[in-house]
Write a protein that binds this ligand. Structure first.
Ligand SMILES: [Zn+2]
Length: 379
């Protein structure tokens, strides 16, 4: 497993910009073929890899992404095995998880001839930037989650099961002014002051949002608050003695699973409208928009997963809220119970020292296989 993982890490699938997708897809297809799984080709979807095991009609989806966030150094694409861990970009998030899923399918195929259910593997790119050429492309073709009874994704959950995730609405706002020398300031329009006017309105939205707390389990207590981050990036002006011509800042609203994105969008845009009525000139650019999702722990899949984790690892996995976005949202929206559980560690993902313990790869493959057998009544 570690050797195959190293081969996958060495393919530099950095996103952005979205490098080497075709090369990775080809390598992954040939890995599947070597285990006797046939990739199911889809017209003009060359970068998505699909495969299946079992004769059943309604599948459990194994879903994973192979794009990785940009590396901190080129060395991260020269994977290393040190002290029974695999180091490299994507080892935790989430090429390691993909390998565990492939091996779970292999275990079912080779060791469980009586398996009557179905597992479908769905391996996509573009997860790190919203899913345009991955999950969203599958949604557009009505292929995502088709006939599914459940979905597992192999994100780096570090021993927990994520059954919920926040939604996101991220904007960039560019305030326009008119430049003028400080001595002739009355000829200018100050974009910075316009930005302050907008930020004051959004500050009220933020304070109201922070009073709402999710009921989903997440530690510490402060993390339960709904989130509005103002000024993640903030830039403008040309010099201390010039009225600034433009100022740009970002707004990152992360909604709790109990909130609705439509309602939260209205609140933000109402504050923007008010600034507009007060004469501030600006443009809004949408950076990303994604819904929140929640699957109750008590579904057949939730129970099968949780008892399989306990059996294999001898530890109980708490159900909890993922701090970021999850592609489970695409499935949950279609009424399919969807959970994240994977071999990687969130604490090292996206960082300069990303790794995955080899033991986690094996345990996770066992958990996936056992979960599928339990769900379809073969274990
Ligand atoms: Zn990921």
């Amino acid at each position: 497993m570690a050797r195959h993982l190293c081969d996958l890490i060495a393919i530099e699938t950095e996103n952005p910009p979205g490098n080497n997708y075709r090369r990775f897809a080809a390598a992954f297809r040939s890995l599947l073929r070597s285990f006797h799984f046939e990739h199911v080709p889809q017209r003009d979807l060359a970068t998505v890899v699909l495969a299946a095991v079992g004769p059943g009609k309604r599948p459990l989806y194994f879903h994973g992404h192979y794009d990785v966030v940009p590396a901190n150094s080129r060395g991260q694409f020269a994977p290393k095995r040190v002290r029974r861990s695999v180091f490299g970009r994507g080892s935790s998030d989430m090429k390691g998880g993909l390998i565990s899923m492939v091996y779970a399918m292999r275990a079912i195929h080779e060791a469980c001839p009586e398996f009557g259910g179905a597992v479908r593997l769905c391996c996509v790119p573009d997860e790190e930037t919203g899913g345009l050429r991955g999950s969203q492309a599958l949604v557009r073709r009505k292929l995502l989650g088709r006939d599914g009874i459940g979905m597992l994704t192999a994100e780096p959950t570090g021993g927990a099961i994520w059954n919920a995730n926040r939604g996101a609405l991220s904007l960039s706002i560019r305030v326009r002014g008119r430049p003028a020398h400080v001595g002739l300031h009355y000829r200018g329009i100050n974009a910075f002051e316009g930005m302050l006017r907008i930020a004051a309105g959004l500050g009220q939205v933020k304070r109201a949002a922070e009073r709402r707390r999710t009921r989903c389990p997440i530690e510490p207590e402060e993390a339960r608050k709904s989130i509005l981050l103002l000024g993640g990036t903030c830039e403008g002006g040309s010099n201390f003695n010039v009225v600034p011509e433009s100022c740009t800042f970002t707004v990152d609203r992360r909604i709790n699973p109990e909130e609705r994105i439509e309602r939260e969008r209205e609140r933000i845009f109402a504050a923007l409208e008010e600034a507009k009525r007060a004469g501030v000139k600006f443009e809004v650019k949408l950076l990303q928009e994604a819904e929140s999702a929640i699957s109750p722990p008590g579904t057949a899949l939730g129970r099968a997963l949780s008892s399989s984790v306990a059996d294999i690892t001898r530890r109980k996995a708490p159900f909890s809220l993922c701090p970021g976005l999850l592609e489970t949202r695409f499935y949950a929206k279609r009424g399919i119970p969807a959970y994240a559980y994977g071999p990687g560690l969130l604490t090292v993902s996206h960082g300069p020292n990303e790794f995955v313990p080899e033991r986690n790869l094996v345990e996770c493959a066992s958990v996936y296989a056992l979960t599928a057998l339990r769900l379809f009544g073969s274990a």
